[in-house]
Design a protein around this ligand. Structure first.
Ligand code: ADP
Ligand code: MG
Length: 695
């Protein structure tokens, strides 16, 4: 695995992939599995038994001793419960066993996972069921079986089940459209996703000295360092040896797990980096992103580093996000968001584009809600990440096409013609490799849309469930209309023109970081859900509930459960942060600055006796005294507000947002001023310049 010449063989060496199955299964079982994943048929127990047996032998050959149903509860992380393969065989011996029913279905007393009220404790058990569309793999001597996680009554308790449902649904609706264009071959349309993952790396020893990083994943204090990211020298800069060694190890670890880690580079902020995989079907991509986040942390530990996936570990420097590149691919190898080379292909492209534009506008509030988290609140709308307003960037070429269709006018300087859908070809639309507009939350980049609002630590499942379902809805509406048509070309043209005209407000090619845009967006009637507390209630809006219920993605209860969990998470995170802050103020900052002030006073006293000037000592000591009192007061206030959290979930979230967060901001501002005038050796924990330039 260490030499690149061996990479083709070592890639996916820990994955029970298609090749391994082909090699180890009977032709009939392999065919049954293949049919199961391409046509959604179920597996009979005999086949499951054969696959389980082959999987077990393969895993044992690779040194595995345990197996686990690997699943993604609604927390957004992954969960696993390991069982060993051993089974007593008499005479104190064991055999290694693993049956088809253990493969296909597991049971887990998972009563501690949040269920948002979906599971009363008397039915605390959750069921896990193998997802045969995602390959099993070996991690730390355990065979990991990707599974869905449901309650006894069949409610989805995880992030995978709704994702799989949404994949089916968008395929079904997209096929209806393809048939209208005479495509009789395509059997499946699958969302394709490439998530670009940002992260910070810092030195482990320094990390261990910061309670806030350990408890909350971000710094709750820290004055701006003399040097931040102003020099722009880190972005795409040379990678330092320690980081390079980490990235190499990470690549090799991920490759063995079949993750197509492709691009690595330094990001804008010091100590910030990015990894982008080659895109895959969204289900695989989602599993792989979870594995990537897990391995980023584990590999860092081996290098005496800590990988921070928090959206905003440091105030004043760029935070981390995840760009979710999304497109629709057919089983015949076509990308439905790639402009074609014939008029008919272009008409089809424009119809899919129209569906996307309409869908993003119709459900902008819900899309915003899918990226709402306490960490992301520090990022969205700041001068580094997309605003909280959702709009679509098409690029100049495609924008010109859309405008010419709306106005019925010539679309190109050099080629003054009126574009007729289904008759003319489009001008060349360049694939955007240079990120021309980095400020847009949803950018068309030549053959895919890049949804840039995701937080770095979040599961990509939720936003993709939303994108898939929204697309299914709009394609379904278009299909309903066009299937009735007696003049397809004319009606198609009219529909596309109508949608482009009606939904212009969501298109924006300018600078999304500009305040003027926020004002303009308001004039256009776009929603601006600034914080998580504003965004999460969108889970309850009738329009959004109706969408998901109609397509069988979430029941009303499942959707409400998710909102509940997110709201609770917001409060829990805020409370932990506030408590950590109180803890650090009382036990670290106040004693340290008080000691330092005392030292200054003593020095001033001695100096005065010797008639030596002591203006620095006295003025600093006075300022320290003033700020210390203010900080103690801010801390008292935080503590008393912490004792008054309302019981209701939504009220608690709103309270945390309106009361605790401002309290924390105030305390931090005072603490940061104290840091700025306290001697370096007197400050109780590593400061920003130590942390950001530590590796
Ligand atoms: P950039 O780095 O400029 O944003 P890239 O072309 O490198 O653009 O793509 C970034 C991510 O988008 C990668 O993960 C890549 O695999 C993914 N990607 C590329 N094409 C598609 C596509 N058709 N559908 C989904 N994701 C894609
Ligand atoms: Mg990108």
């Amino acid at each position: 695995m260490n030499t690149s010449g061996k990479l083709p063989e070592s890639f996916g060496s820990l994955v029970f992939n298609e090749e391994a199955m082909k090699e180890r299964l009977s032709a009939a079982s392999y065919a049954a599995w293949k049919k199961c994943i391409t046509e959604g048929t179920s597996l009979d127990l005999a086949t499951a038994n054969e696959i389980a047996d082959a999987m077990k032998l393969w895993a044992i050959e690779k040194g595995a001793t345990h197996y686990t149903h690997w699943f993604q509860p609604m927390t957004g992380y992954t969960a696993e419960k390991h069982d060993s393969f051993i089974s007593p065989a008499g005479g104190g011996k064991i055999i290694m066993e693993f049956s088809g029913s253990e493969l296909v279905r597991g049971e887990s007393d998972a009563s501690s996972f949040p269920s948002g009220g979906l599971r009363a404790t008397f039915e605390a058990r959750g069921y896990t069921a193998w997802d045969p569309t995602s390959f099993a793999f070996i991690k730390e001597n355990s065979l990991c079986i990707p599974t869905i996680f449901c309650s006894y009554s069949g409610h989805a308790l995880d992030k995978k089940t709704p994702l799989l449902r949404s994949i089916e649904e968008v395929s079904r609706q997209a096929i209806r459209i393809l048939r209208l264009f005479g495509d009789t071959e395509t059997k499946r349309v699958t969302p394709q996703v490439g998530p670009e993952q940002e992260y910070f790396l810092i030195d482990k020893a320094l990390y261990n000295r910061r309670r806030d990083l350990r408890m909350t994943g971000r710094t709750l204090f820290g004055a701006k360092p003399a040097r931040g990211q102003e020099l722009d020298d880190h972005y795409y800069g040379a990678i330092k040896p320690r980081v390079a060694a980490y990235m190499k190890d990470l690549d090799e670890t991920l490759w063995a797990l079949g993750v197509l880690s492709k691009t690595k580079h330094n990001e804008v902020a010091p100590s910030q980096h990015e990894m982008a995989p080659i895109y895959a079907d969204v289900n695989t991509s989602c599993d792989h992103n979870q594995l990537t986040m897990e391995m980023m942390k584990k590999v860092a530990d081996r290098h005496d580093l800590v990988c921070l996936l928090h959206e905003k570990p440091f105030a004043g420097v760029n935070g981390s996000g995840k760009h979710n590149n999304w497109s629709l691919g057919t089983d015949t190898g076509r990308n439905l968001f790639k402009p074609g080379s014939t008029p008919s292909q272009n008409a089809q492209f424009l119809l899919f584009l129209a569906a996307f534009i309409k869908g993003v506008d119709d459900y902008q509030d819900f899309l915003r809600a899918t990226v709402a988290s306490p960490g992301n609140d520090h990022r969205l709308g700041a001068q580094e990440a997309p605003p909280a307003v959702i709009s679509i960037y098409l690029g100049d070429e495609l924008n010109a096409v859309v405008e010419s269709i709306i106005k019925g006018t010539e679309y190109k300087e050099a080629d003054k013609r009126t574009l007729k859908i289904g008759v003319d070809v489009l001008p060349p639309i360049p694939q955007d490799t240079t990120d021309r507009n980095r400020t847009s939350p949803m950018a068309f980049t030549g053959n895919k849309f890049e949804f840039r609002m995701l937080g770095s630590s979040q599961s990509i499942s939720g936003p993709n469930v939303a994108l898939n379902t929204i697309m299914a809805e709009e394609l379904g509406q278009f299909a309903d209309e066009l299937e009735q048509s007696t003049d397809f070309q004319a009606d198609l043209h009219a529909l596309i023109k109508r949608v482009f005209t009606d939904y212009q407000r969501i298109l924006f090619n300018g600078n999304g970081y500009d305040d003027a845009w926020i004002a303009e967006a308001e004039r256009r009637g776009l929603s601006n859900l600034v914080s998580t507390a504003d965004a999460l209630p969108m889970y309850f809006s009738e329009k959004n509930v109706a969408l998901f219920v109609k397509h069988g993605i979430y029941t009303r209860e499942e959707l409400e459960a998710r909102a509940e969990i997110h709201m609770e998470n917001y409060s829990t995170v805020s409370i932990i942060e506030a408590r950590t802050m109180v803890d650090m103020i009382r036990h670290e900052i106040l004693p340290a600055v008080s000691g330092f002030a005392d030292q200054l006073c003593q020095r001033a006293f001695h100096k005065e006796a010797m008639q030596v000037s002591c203006r620095y000592e006295t003025s600093t000591a006075r300022e320290l005294g003033r700020l210390t009192d203010a900080l103690a007061k801010a801390c008292d206030r935080l503590e008393s507000d912490l004792s008054a959290i309302p019981g209701d979930t939504m009220d608690a979230m709103v309270y945390c947002h309106n009361v605790l967060i401002p309290d924390m901001d105030a305390a931090r501002a005072t603490a940061d001023r104290l840091e700025a005038i306290t001697a370096a050796e007197a400050w109780p924990f590593p400061v920003y310049s130590d942390l950001l330039f530590s590796v």
